[in-house]
Design a protein around this ligand. Structure first.
Ligand SMILES: NC(=O)C[C@H](N)C(=O)O
Length: 322
């Protein structure tokens, strides 16, 4: 069956070149990928567009919302069977997760990137792009939520995270592993995500920030957050905080600033296990919202998006259980 894939470029190393003399990597003035014969499959047609040409540290939630709306508009305007987005890897997981929360269409959406620039030996961009087009045009990818495809692995947007600064095997899914693999003969999914949630939003204008806990932390740092709309804390272990932070946490909660707890651990979920001073049980009783295994940067995006629709703690807690 003939498939039409929308290929959207946003920038990142996959669209950059290394200077042969200085060795620095910068965005190219043109899209190098366009010169590459991305796929020789007569059953697949590609509609290509460049929405941004940015290194991914320059991508903001406003760009993500623009991308989300663009996808839904394109899908409404014409028959599109799948979407592939090229993106810098530094914030790729954030854009992927934002799209997972906001894009209405359930066609396959795949984000990919590269760890080596387009003119480097062993450049991984063309191969990752090819794999992503194959995943996006497969029937099984429908309804899987937004996916991240690099280095022969398929990950969900919810779980994928960048784990290495330079290794091409950087993307991993610490909670549950990848959902599928890409091989020379095809692609194979081995499990499906069971939960997803969607938000209909037209803007992202809340000020939500992210704070990492550390031993010996006290309440003074919380003074910096008196004017935020929401705060995510990467807490210790299963969701515990040093006791000296409790005053600061209580102050923010008194001001009705929602606080979401995730763990600074690479793996696992937060829960109200510990009953000591600053332990999860006490934090839960104070009204801190417990997240479901999202990492800090994704919980921050989820709170940002959810706050566009409600700031009721009960609903926020509900959405962080999904
Ligand atoms: N590999 C990459 O794409 C990293 C680059 N700094 C970016 O995120 O744009």
């Amino acid at each position: 069956m003939q498939k039409k894939i929308l290929l959207i470029h946003t920038g990142g190393t996959i669209s950059m070149q290394e200077d042969e003399i200085t060795g620095t990597v910068t965005p190219t003035s043109t899209k190098p990928l366009l010169a590459f014969p991305v796929i020789q499959d007569e059953n697949i047609t590609i509609k290509e567009s460049e929405l941004f040409h940015l290194p991914s540290p320059h991508i903001t939630p406003s760009h993500m919302l623009q991308l989300s709306k663009y996808i839904d508009e394109q899908v409404q305007e014409e028959q599109i069977d799948g979407v592939v987005i090229t993106h810098g890897t530094d914030t790729l997981e954030e854009t992927a997760f934002f799209l997972d929360l906001t894009v209405k269409s359930d066609i396959p959406i795949v984000l990919t990137g590269a760890m080596r620039s387009s003119n480097e030996i062993g450049s991984d961009g063309p191969y990752n792009l090819l794999s992503s087009i194959r995943v996006a045009s497969s029937a099984e990818a429908k309804g899987m939520g937004v996916l991240v495809v690099l280095n022969d692995e398929i990950h969900t947007a919810k779980n994928a995270t960048k784990t290495h600064t330079s290794n091409i095997a950087t993307f991993q899914s610490p909670q549950y592993g990848p959902v599928g693999i890409v091989t020379k003969r095809g692609i194979a999914f081995h499990h499906r995500p069971i939960r997803s949630d969607k938000y209909e939003i037209d803007s992202v204008n809340k000020n939500v920030t992210l704070l990492k806990a550390y031993s010996g932390m006290d309440s003074s740092v919380f003074n910096a957050f008196k004017n935020v709309d929401g705060l995510v804390i990467e807490a210790l272990g299963q969701g515990n905080m040093p006791p000296a932070t409790l005053e600061g946490i209580k102050e923010l909660l008194k001001e009705k600033i929602p606080i979401v707890l995730v763990s600074r651990c690479f793996n696992g979920i937060v829960q109200d296990t510990y009953g000591y001073d600053g332990g999860g049980k006490q934090l839960k009783e104070l009204g801190v919202i417990f997240s479901n295994g999202l990492n800090g940067q994704k919980a921050r995006l989820k709170l940002l998006v959810a706050l566009q629709t409600t700031n009721e703690p009960v609903y926020l807690q509900e959405s962080f259980l999904k």
